[in-house]
Design a protein around this ligand. Structure first.
Ligand code: BG6
Length: 469
């Protein structure tokens, strides 16, 4: 492979709590927004539907309730990750294990103990720890009682939770990310911000986004004052093309790009673009105080973290063929192949995006998610020949290497998603697999849970070894 990486470049793997841990009611945990999601469901949930689902005892219909039982298997799973030569493990803390309803005054000790053991186990394996504080798993009670992030009180609840875990794990965590893909409030408002179907109007979306930005800034500031860890702000990295050179198509593409940049501008540069602030204050009449704006300037990230899976093509033509994407869809790009789930595969788009984000934000970048969701077949002799995944990862890493060596972009590291098969975030399928390690469960949680190393496992191991030479 034609790739070169700096000696201090960090390699690793990433997952999230809600997609892996399972054991959704263990040790005083209460439901989170993830625990009411069913397989292949694209509709928004109403408050009435949620109330029914929480009472539904059929756990097999809600794959995130089961995950891959990482709650019990983390020691063996981390050992496997370490065998690849990885140096960093990224996961999230399930807020509802620490504050089961979200609004308690005191944390749940059993939840705190679990993450202490998990992070200690990472250290035993020689892994640095990156923690996402909120990855699509807020306590469901905050939705039921407060309507989610449309309410200002959520800032206090989130900050209390974050300060508790930051204090508890300051010596174990190397990198913190306050929110996973904070910009995704607009694309999946329920799992990102706890906004139910009846609450998904523009005002609530923007208000929720603003409260999350303020909460994030308070937490970033706290981490800077109280720890020596680095803190990143994470966005959904997308390469965006106009469908044609028609100015109208270019405008649509630019509009989406501005949406992606917004989270970076607020979290890295510390302020809203003037026109956005004006729209939010005068047209939408949102609750944005002078103190909020001050806080935003005081809590900016040390690096820009982003996920990258696909590129999106935008155009005005209504009948154009569609392509799917990471919580967002666009038109089919005739120059790109697609995954089985219709996500277009665009390694060059990653290089272009790195260039764009590096110059725009002027901080180091960290790719904290990249991978291919695919169906894997286990052969009779228990092997998984996932050549497509290897090709996907290899081509993206070649482009990343070019971005570093040729274009001069500063990139801190690369974490592949999701190191081990876990439940898909958007479709809640177990059959949509990203891992280097196969996990024997199907969409209804049937299976032995056995772990099998895929061909990509050995490929990643070798690639890291070569890169460190
Ligand atoms: C990212 C999320 O947007 O995409 C992950 O942060 C998610 O949680 C990943 O798993 C891949 O998406 P999906 O829907 O295929 O699991």
């Amino acid at each position: 492979m034609d790739t070169k990486f700096p000696q201090d470049f960090l390699w690793g793997g990433a997952i999230s709590a809600n997609q892996s841990e399972g054991n959704w009611r263990a040790d005083n945990k209460l439901p989170s927004v993830a625990d009411v999601m069913r397989v292949n469901e694209r509709t928004s949930l109403s408050m009435t539907e949620i109330a029914k689902r929480v009472q539904d005892p059929r756990d097999e219909l809600y794959p995130k309730r089961n995950g891959i039982d990482f709650y019990h298997t983390y020691e063996q799973d981390l050992e496997l990750l370490a065998q690849t030569g990885s140096q960093v493990f990224r996961t999230s803390i399930a807020w509802s294990r620490i504050f089961p309803s979200g609004d308690e005054q005191e944390p749940n000790q059993a939840g705190l103990d679990f993450y202490y053991k998990l992070f200690t186990s990472c250290k035993k394996q020689g892994l640095k720890v990156m923690v996402t504080l909120s990855h699509y798993e807020m306590p469901l009670a905050l939705v039921e009682k407060y309507g989610g992030w449309k309410k200002r009180q959520l800032i206090d609840f989130y900050v209390r939770y974050c300060k508790t875990v930051i204090k508890a794990y300051a010596d174990l965590v190397d990198f913190w990310l306050p929110f996973n893909e904070i910009d995704s409030v607009f694309r999946h408002p329920f799992i990102s911000a706890g906004l139910v179907k009846e609450d998904q109007g523009l005002n609530n979306l923007c208000q929720a986004m603003h409260y999350q930005f303020v909460a994030s800034a308070i937490v970033v500031n706290y981490i800077h004052r109280k720890t020596t860890s680095k803190v990143g702000c994470m966005i959904t990295g997308m390469q965006i093309y106009p469908a044609t050179s028609r100015p109208e198509d270019n405008f649509l593409a630019q509009e989406l790009r501005q949406e992606m940049y917004l989270a970076g501008q607020v979290q890295i540069q510390g302020h809203y673009p003037a026109r956005i602030l004006k729209l939010m204050q005068t047209k939408l009449k949102l609750d944005i105080s002078a103190e909020d704006l001050q806080l935003l300037t005081q809590g900016t990230g040390d690096f820009l973290a982003f996920s990258y899976y696909t590129s999106i093509m935008k155009g005005a033509e209504k009948d154009a063929e569609k392509a799917e994407g990471n919580t967002i869809s666009g038109q089919k790009n005739p120059y790109l192949p697609s995954s089985k789930w219709g996500w277009q595969i665009d390694p060059v788009g990653l290089r272009t995006l790195c260039l764009d984000l590096a110059d725009r934000f002027n901080v180091p970048l960290f790719i904290v998610e990249n991978g291919l969701g695919a169906e894997d077949q286990v052969t009779e002799d228990q092997q998984i020949h996932d050549e497509d995944r290897i090709q996907y990862l290899q081509k993206h890493l070649e482009q990343l290497s070019t971005a570093i060596n040729h274009d001069g972009v500063e990139i801190m590291g690369y974490l592949m998603w999701g190191m081990i098969d876990i439940v898909s975030s958007s479709t809640a399928q177990m059959s949509k697999r990203y891992g280097l390690i196969y996990v024997d469960y199907d969409d209804q949680n049937r299976g032995s849970g056995k772990r099998i190393k895929k061909d990509s496992f050995y490929w990643y191991q070798n690639m890291i070894k070569e890169a460190k030479r």
